[in-house]
Design a protein around this ligand. Structure first.
Ligand code: AMP
Ligand code: MG
Length: 379
């Protein structure tokens, strides 16, 4: 049998595999002038036209040679390893911030490590991230500062506390034409319960999310999801086998079958309104409770269909923070889903760290979106 083999460097290249052909392809590529990279799909193998039945499209591949995409994947993998190590090795102590939310060694350490990585990769770029060093500097619990430094030392053995503070504050939340936004531990409460959490990183250019990436160490054995505007949404393992698979939202059109997702923390939503909406839309199963943008990953991979972030009756004026939404929103959109605020408006990432032009969030596989908005207008 004849095989056609070609090499492609950029995204949108396809791997076409015919059963039994892989060995021949590997043999052929030994002499091929370009490097063989099976994991990232840079070569094409086509069976002869006379054998179309044995073609199996393995998928369009993401371009990891693109500097920003490669950075996002590499930096998030490293950050997720750090978060996992802290969870495994350190007692789960948390400080309470001014807004009463918890912050842990992992939040500071992950933000410091990512701030450092960004400084090395894109020295001009700023970071709009959840934490700042003031809380860490100001704590009377020196133990926490020592633990942050100790955990960073795995990656940067000679780091000083002063450097850690600077990496945390890298960019000083400067909101400009192009910046990265980071939630070092999205779902800190989930992290403290050893439940779902995510490291969420996005690149925003002129108010538009261009890259959105989520590392979810406790989801599906540990996964990393990256969406690139116009290039789809992809999932890989945090550890173990390399390779990316493309994600698509579910095809569910029947509200009665819809799998609904909501925050684990009851005070981050409105339980009474949630019940009313479920009745109005006709959703029968109780919502799945999950912390962080891991919910957005679940929607993108098609194991959930609909998600509400309703306004808590205790905090009716709550406005979403950019690092809680930017990465996850592109993940949903590039997987074919839809995300808006509760009034049906697109999320506006051009206004600042707070999404002041939006109220809450509704996200779906697209099919269920209009029904959700209709129910929201009535309830
Ligand atoms: P989730 O686990 O989906 O509830 O999302 C966690 C995020 O909720 C945290 O990163 C907080 O920034 C954010 N958050 C904190 N308080 C509220 C609130 N009252 N309503 C909605 N989200 C909140
Ligand atoms: Mg968060």
């Amino acid at each position: 049998m004849l095989y056609q083999l070609s090499y492609a460097h950029h995204s949108n290249s396809r791997i076409v595999v015919c059963p039994g052909a892989e060995e021949q392809a590997k043999q052929r590529t030994t002499d091929h002038p370009n490097p063989l990279d099976l994991e990232f799909g840079v070569w094409n193998l086509k069976p002869a036209p006379s054998t179309p039945d044995c073609e199996k499209i393995m998928g369009t591949m993401i371009d990891l040679d693109h500097p920003e995409i490669g950075f996002a994947v590499g930096a998030l993998k490293e950050a997720a390893q750090l978060a996992k190590r802290i969870q495994r090795e350190m007692a789960p102590t948390a400080l309470t911030k001014e807004d009463k939310s918890p912050v842990t060694v992992a939040d500071f350490a992950v933000q410091a490590l990512l701030g450092r990585s960004l400084e090395m990769a894109f020295p001009e770029d700023t970071l709009v991230a959840e934490e700042d060093s003031a809380t860490l500097r100001g704590t009377p619990q020196q133990e926490i500062q020592n633990q942050v430094l100790e955990s960073i030392a795995h990656s940067v053995p000679d780091a000083t506390l002063e450097q850690v503070y600077q990496w945390i504050d890298r960019g000083g939340k400067e909101f400009g034409h192009r910046f990265w936004t980071l939630d070092p531990i999205d779902g800190t409460k989930g992290f403290l319960r050893n439940d779902q959490y995510a490291v969420a990183l996005a690149l925003v250019v002129k108010g538009e999310v261009q890259i959105g990436a989520l590392a979810c160490p406790n989801l599906g054995g540990g996964c990393l999801i990256i969406a690139v505007r116009g290039q789809g949404c992809w999932r890989t393992h945090l550890t173990g086998p390399e390779g990316f698979e493309e994600l698509r939202v579910s095809a569910c059109e029947d509200p009665a079958q819809a799998r609904l997702l909501r925050s684990f923390e009851a005070e981050h939503t409105n339980l009474g309104q949630m019940d009313e909406l479920m009745q109005a839309i006709g959703v029968s199963a109780q919502p799945v409770l999950m912390d962080s943008q891991a919910k957005y990953a679940v929607l993108a991979e098609g194991t959930g269909d609909l998600l509400f972030r309703l306004l808590s009756p205790t905090y009716p004026d709550y406005r979403e923070k950019i690092w809680d939404q930017a990465a996850g929103s592109l993940v949903i959109e590039e997987a074919g889903g839809r995300i808006t605020d509760l009034d049906g408006k697109g999320l506006d990432f051009s206004v600042g760290p707070l999404l002041t032009q939006n109220r809450g969030v509704v996200a779906s596989n697209g099919h269920l979106h209009e029904a959700a908005l209709k129910a929201l207008r009535a309830h």
